[in-house]
Ligand binder design. Sequence first.
Ligand SMILES: CC(C)(COP(=O)(O)OP(=O)(O)OC[C@H]1O[C@@H](n2cnc3c(N)ncnc32)[C@H](O)[C@@H]1OP(=O)(O)O)[C@@H](O)C(=O)NCCC(=O)NCCS
Length: 156
Amino acid sequence: MLVMEIARTVEKPQVQIVPAGQKHLYSIASMTERYFPYANFSFDEVKRRVANPYIRYLVAIVGGFTAGFVDFELKEDRGQILGLAVLEEHRGRGIGEMLARSALGEIVESGRQRAELLVAADNAPAISLYEKVGFATVGKTNYQLWGKEATKSVVT
Ligand SMILES: CC(C)(COP(=O)(O)OP(=O)(O)OC[C@H]1O[C@@H](n2cnc3c(N)ncnc32)[C@H](O)[C@@H]1OP(=O)(O)O)[C@@H](O)C(=O)NCCC(=O)NCCS
């Protein structure tokens, strides 16, 4: 007589990182408003940006829902990460890191050897994430994010 059993596994949520399309506009616009209100982007502005070939948006899909996004600009000689956000309920599971690494992958694939970004100097979670994927702080700027001092980071 054989005894057979199967261990119950806790399914890790599947995360897909995909280029943003029309169906993600609402989620991106609402996350932009929530996490980057200083950008002051209207829905139409987000729509224009998503359609702009030099600005790329990637979204993280979890269980069919948009859990986060990253946008970055392909400048002549480098890429610039503009925004990265993950909904609170999906944080701490590596989604932000996946988005950042995917953005860097696309920047490199486009032939650019360098990426940069600005981040508020007191945004410890974001700075830690960016350092984890290879960015290093190269200086401070006078540019203010949320009325706070921003640091400039690059990865090459
Ligand atoms: C920053 C943000 C995108 C991180 O998303 P996330 O999915 O929770 O991040 P991950 O789970 O992928 O974490 C990756 C790394 O980021 C860092 N990190 C993430 N959350 C952190 C926290 N609360 N405190 C410290 N470090 C943190 C860690 O280095 C972590 O690596 P580890 O898990 O090995 O420690 C998310 O907190 C967010 O949306 N914040 C609001 C918007 C924002 O500030 N965006 C960045 C400015 S552009």
